[in-house]
Design a protein around this ligand. Structure first.
Ligand code: HEM
Length: 328
């Protein structure tokens, strides 16, 4: 590519960025919270990329004909991250969701992605709601702190945000990204070999169990303790997650990531994701790595959730800003 990423970035930032579409408005609202950090993701800016292997259970193939559920080992990348758009924010910040982003490399050389966070639900179920929510969290220019009245008003107007907001308020810093459970929140339609379909939601659970720290303990470990922990733990041994899905029943909303499905819904294990070490084979030089929750594959379809569809545009707008590459 001509000019390399730095030249493209300099060119990109020399020009005003269009504000006429919702994806750009979303990125601008996000940047008003944590600042603009050229070259970094608009949110989940700080993270670490790992190498992984996924091995499906026999049950997975009964639910979906997707190639990575057919059996055998599948190569994957996993990026763990903090939610903030500030790449220098300390890892001990308790009030945010941590992320997992997984990319499976399929036999036909295509890829498919699953992206999750440590919250049980999302804050909003419409694009307008996302813009309102993000704008409500803009820091007051005088204090540098979020305005509690604006957030209070948003929650008052949007009771659907209460589940996610409650989870953020009571969150404690994790001991390790490898000791968190993550939910992908959107429903996807799994289609099996016979064409039968059902709606599901993904969840990643750490084999070692969940573990968190007090804020004091996390601070003592330092501002980059989660990134260092990955290098330390994976330097000693791989760590694994169980990937499962919860299966919807009639009446469970499939287009609303703010609503948790009842706990008693059937859960099926899809496979084991073994994180084997830090990865240095991507995100080097001109390589632009993007985890997009709409990147599905035959056997997996999107639901009518407006948020998941909008995410693809918002991620593309972030990718353009961080790398100069127009569409991933
Ligand atoms: C309207 C809703 C949302 C918007 C506008 C949004 C926006 C973004 C943007 C702009 C990025 C950076 C993309 C890049 O530069 O590659 C990102 C990354 C991310 N988002 Fe979202 N997001 C939304 C909802 C969600 C939800 C519901 C989840 C969890 C289920 C989620 C989890 C993540 C994670 C884990 C990353 C980091 C991916 C990576 O490591 O590359 N986001 N989001």
């Amino acid at each position: 590519m001509v000019g390399g990423p730095d030249a493209r970035l300099a060119d990109r930032y020399a020009r005003p960025i269009a504000t006429d579409d919702l994806a750009d408005q979303a990125i601008e609202a996000i940047e008003a919270i944590a600042g603009r950090h050229p070259g970094h993701r608009a949110v989940h800016a700080k993270g670490t990329l790992c190498a992984a292997t996924f091995t499906a259970t026999p049950e997975a193939a009964l639910l979906s004909r997707a190639a990575h559920f057919a059996g055998g080992d599948v190569r994957a990348h996993v990026r763990f991250s903090n939610g903030s758009g500030n790449p220098s924010a300390p890892d001990y910040e308790p009030r945010e969701g941590r992320g997992i982003a997984t990319k499976f490399y399929l036999p036909d050389d295509s890829t498919t992605d699953v992206v999750g966070i440590t919250l049980p639900a999302f804050f909003v179920n419409t694009v307008e709601g996302f813009l309102e929510f993000t704008r409500a969290r803009r820091p007051d220019p005088e204090t540098g702190e979020p305005d509690p009245d604006a957030i209070g008003k948003f929650i008052g107007d949007h009771p659907e945000a209460l589940t996610a907001a409650g989870a953020v308020l009571t969150a404690t810093p994790p001991e390790s990204y490898l000791r968190c459970a993550y939910n992908a929140l959107h429903a996807y339609r799994f289609v099996d070999g016979d064409g039968t379909s059902r709606y599901v939601r993904y969840r990643f659970e750490p084999e070692e169990g969940e573990a968190s720290l007090t804020e004091e303990e996390a601070k003592e470990r330092g501002p980059d303790y989660l990134q260092r922990d990955l290098a330390d733990r994976l330097g000693r041994a791989p760590a694994a997650f169980t990937l499962s899905v919860q299966i919807a029943e009639d009446g469970d909303p499939t287009d609303d990531p703010t609503v948790v499905w009842p706990d008693e819904r059937r859960r099926v294990e899809l496979g084991r994701l073994e994180v084997t070490g830090l990865a240095d084979d991507r995100e080097q030089g001109d390589d632009v790595l993007v985890f997009d929750p709409t990147r599905v594959t035959d056997g997996i379809e999107l639901s009518d959730d407006p948020i998941v569809r909008f995410r693809s545009d918002a991620y593309a707008a972030s990718v353009l800003r961080r790398s100069g590459v127009a569409r991933h």
